[in-house]
Design a protein. Structure first.
Length: 114
């Protein structure tokens, strides 16, 4: 299965936020000594929040249609740092005002798809 690539038009507004969830396993011993290591083969999961401050209604509808069309399917996306990864959308928030705006929250995907 070939994954789609998310290339929104227009691109997100400046100020995209990228965070990382880090998973480790820690063993604490009775003498105060601890030992810690990564939990699994992908212990760092990136999360990105994309915001569009100004959209036309048809632009907002196209972005939402792509994201809603991929609720169970990952997709490729390349943020401003230039590194393409597999992502899944975990939330969308829309504002129906003038101008229209949108925030999409993506989480890095580690599944075996493509």
């Amino acid at each position: 299965m070939t994954l789609d690539t998310f290339t929104p038009a227009p691109p997100p507004s400046p100020g995209t936020k990228l965070s990382r969830d880090i998973k480790t396993r820690k063993a604490e011993f009775g003498d105060g000594y601890t030992q810690e290591g990564p939990d699994g083969s992908n212990p760092i999961r990136r999360k990105i929040s994309l915001t569009w401050d100004v959209l036309l209604p048809e632009q907002q509808a196209a972005i939402v249609a792509f994201l809603e069309g991929h609720i169970t399917t990952p997709f490729y996306y390349t943020p401003a740092n230039g590194i393409t990864r597999k992502w899944k959308c975990v939330g969308v928030e829309e504002t129906f005002d003038t101008p229209f705006s949108l925030t999409a929250n993506l989480e890095q995907y580690f599944g075996l798809d493509a």
